[in-house]
Design a protein around this ligand. Structure first.
Ligand SMILES: [Fe+2]
Ligand SMILES: [Fe+2]
Length: 365
């Protein structure tokens, strides 16, 4: 894909390249037994569903500012001040700037997460013992390269606002990539990071209802991610309930709890406030406490919780941690094998609808 990089993504600590030390075992499977039919079926699906980033209509004129102004004309600014109850009343210009930056921030973290997925899945190809899982993971590697491609192009060519990787996301990706245990690569990437991304993509589609390019891009990426999360669930099924010692299981619980905290921190978006020149000490606590943002963050765990439950990882310790974060409300939801789709919870969609213009509401499915 050939495109002009007009607005390069900022570099973390000014560094273009960063390496992570990893020690792992690369495993041959000389048996080629292909016993796991569900993984083979997923592999066939993945091959058939591949798409080309060039197929998207890159000629679409993306103008989020215009979209925000349309929203403002129907009173979004007042609505935002009312619902989000910010530390001080925001002017119309500030509401637009905040929206543009939050949007650029979220899409940038999608980009960085996609690069993490590209590397983590390449690692799974080497680490996982079963041939059919290697096949599927190889197929996922090419999906992830495509995802990096489309988000990068969208951010640099179309949006023009982007952010470097959030330190908590970088920490989590480093943890996943440097861990020597093959199942932890899956647990971190397919269950936690991709589980959260799947829910976040669903929200992005509602928030940017009137932008056809991001709609098309997100729908395509979501369809791939739904398979990736299912790949994780199918691969890890039975492992934690039958094959692990108490100590090994405890280590996985620790990993899940730590990953959950890192993912929540990233959603506090301190980099956005830094760039706006707003005091982090005031705005980050607001992000933590305002009910709308709390609901938004919780919703992002709506797929992770049922998947952890299916894998037997919603253990008493994890439950205690999740209870404190009020995440157990999702435990009776459908997991990614029963239902690969992710629809954002109705109450949040209803709230978001208030911010959309009539035209945008009509554009929603
Ligand atoms: Fe992806
Ligand atoms: Fe993925």
């Amino acid at each position: 894909m050939n495109y002009e990089q007009r607005n390069p993504v900022p570099l973390p600590d000014g560094q273009a390249f960063q390496s992570v030390q990893t020690t792992m075992e690369t495993v041959f499977d000389w048996e080629y037994a292909l016993k796991r039919k569900n993984l083979l079926a997923l592999y066939e699906k993945g091959k058939a569903a591949a798409w080309n980033a060039n197929d998207l209509d890159w000629s679409i004129d993306v103008d989020i500012e215009r979209m925000m102004k349309q929203r403002q004309e129907m009173g979004m600014g007042g609505m935002l001040n009312q619902v989000l109850n910010p530390p001080r009343t925001l002017s119309d210009e500030e509401v637009i700037a905040l929206n543009l930056n939050m949007n650029g921030f979220l899409l940038s973290q999608f980009l960085h997460g996609e690069q993490g997925a590209l590397l983590a899945t390449a690692k799974i190809v080497q680490q996982v013992p079963w041939e059919e899982a290697k096949y599927y993971a190889a197929n996922q590697v090419s999906d992830e390269a495509r995802h990096v491609e489309v988000y990068h192009r969208y951010l640099t060519e179309k949006l023009g606002i982007s952010y470097e990787v959030h330190p908590s996301l970088k920490q989590l990706l480093d943890d996943i990539l440097s861990d020597s245990r093959w199942d932890v690569t899956y647990l971190g990437m397919q269950i936690m990071v991709e589980g959260l991304a799947l829910a976040a993509f669903g929200m992005m589609k509602v928030m940017m209802a009137n932008e056809p390019l991001v709609q098309d891009l997100t729908s395509r990426v979501m369809a791939d991610e739904a398979r990736h999360v299912a790949f994780g669930v199918l691969s890890l099924e039975g492992l934690y309930t039958r094959e692990m010692s108490e100590r090994e299981l405890r280590e996985r619980e620790d990993f899940v709890i730590e990953a959950t905290h890192l993912m929540r921190e990233r959603l506090l978006m301190h980099q956005v406030f830094d760039r706006m020149g707003w005091e982090r000490e005031i705005w980050v606590p607001w992000m933590m406490e305002t009910p709308f943002m709390q609901g938004f963050r919780q919703m992002l765990f709506s797929k992770i919780v049922p998947n952890l439950k299916r894998l037997g990882l919603l253990t008493p310790r994890v439950r205690r941690a999740y209870e404190q974060l009020d995440l157990l409300r999702y435990e009776h939801g459908k997991d990614s094998v029963e239902d690969p789709e992710v629809a954002p919870p109705q109450e949040l969609v209803a709230l978001l609808m208030n911010f959309l213009s009539a035209e945008e509401r009509a554009a929603l499915p």
